[in-house]
Write a protein that binds this ligand. Structure first.
Ligand SMILES: [Fe+2]
Ligand SMILES: [Fe+2]
Length: 165
């Protein structure tokens, strides 16, 4: 199969998405454990459960393609995880970690929205309507999570952060 076909672009995108979701499953655990705000912790824990479902859905799509579920390393998610590790190495305050984690979560949701936003029309294009519907469900959950995190970012208490600094 040539890389120039829509199907091969779709499969390659799906392999990167599969990798990304698996890495985010670990990353969300780290975000939950490093956060101090309870609402933030439970938000990350809930989205981690959804992320497991995102992984299952991608496996369903691989099955519909009659292909083995294969993950291909995605440097974008690796970069986001490294950025978090580098930040944590600087021994930040609880408030600074919470603020950083909100932004880190938002960035990963924006990325996932871009990933699914591109996979869905490709699935439609190659006649995989069920796969498009499945991925659409995931896209909606990523959008909801982005909205939740964006609200938390807007309501963030900067006075406490300033007091800690
Ligand atoms: Fe996801
Ligand atoms: Fe997500």
């Amino acid at each position: 199969m040539s890389i120039d076909s829509t199907q091969s672009l779709f499969v390659s995108g799906l392999q990167h998405a599969y990798y990304t979701e698996q890495r985010l499953l670990d990353a969300l655990e780290e975000l939950e454990q490093s956060s101090s705000n309870e609402e933030l912790q439970s938000g990350f824990a809930e989205h981690r459960e959804e992320t497991q479902i995102h992984i299952d859905r991608i496996e369903d799509v691989f099955e519909q393609l009659d292909a083995n579920a294969e993950a291909k390393e995605d440097p974008v998610v690796e970069g986001m995880i490294s950025a978090h590790e580098e930040f944590m190495d600087q021994d930040p305050s609880e408030q600074a970690i919470d603020r950083f984690n909100i932004a880190a979560g938002q960035k990963s949701e924006h990325y996932e929205i871009a990933v699914y936003g591109n996979l869905i029309p490709m699935a439609d294009q190659i006649g995989m309507d069920d796969a498009a519907d499945t991925l659409e469900q995931t896209l909606r959950e990523e959008q909801d999570e982005l909205e939740t995190l964006s609200e938390m970012g807007e309501q963030f208490d900067y006075e406490e952060l300033e007091a800690a600094g």
